[in-house]
Design a binder for this molecule. Sequence first.
Ligand code: BGC
Length: 250
Amino acid sequence: MVLLGIDIGGSGIKGAPVDTATGELRAERSRIPTPAPSTPDAVTEVIRETLGKFPDVSGPVGITFPGVVKSGRVLTATNVDPQWLGFEAATFFAAKVGRPTIVMNDADAAGIAEMRFGAGRNMQGVVVLLTLGTGIGSAVFLDGKLLPNTEFGHIEIRGKDAESRAAARIREEKDLGWQEWGEKVGEVVARLDTLINPDLFIIGGGVSRKADKFIPVVQSMVKTPIVPAQLQNAAGLVGAAVVAGENPVA
Ligand code: BGC
């Protein structure tokens, strides 16, 4: 089945048709900057525009959101407009685009894609995926099954939110070297390691393309093995399309 996956991020809204059996993109990904302010109406316009770019792809649409989402309702919105809080996103999108939609947390979607097609394939036990981008997202799996809506980007590290110390955005904004930023990421991962003792960490987000520059630094601070994600920036939209194919919501 080929379905559209859309990833709403803090800086860009990405979309592409996804072969849900293989995780492959069937066309070049579209990326439109996230509108500012990123209100529900403004983001929905971009979703409609993205759909318009892939007129041949029908069926349910999988959409990720950078916050906690339960049954299609947004419960947190750290890096997007506060109008999203409490917003019935899935119902709203479905009404606006005239298609069934599922809406889920972005890191959970990326985790599903990595577990099925990427770095977590066939992994049993406890796997934690962290996405490093505008914020830090997390997805936790036990024997391949997701524990949804974990928010490890918001654990407190020395009095500050982990993501405000170690997200990829912070490296860019503060122009940190790989070693220095790697140590900040390492501090977050080491804390999680002592709290939940997983069998594997997967580090995702666009910056995982540069894994060799910082994962060795992180690994030197953490006992549990750490591997880079394989689907990088496409993971979120791939996971959302897969979930849309399995749980279509009218
Ligand atoms: C949000 C998470 C999200 C992550 C990555 C965090 O600020 O709270 O829900 O997964 O950013 O976008």
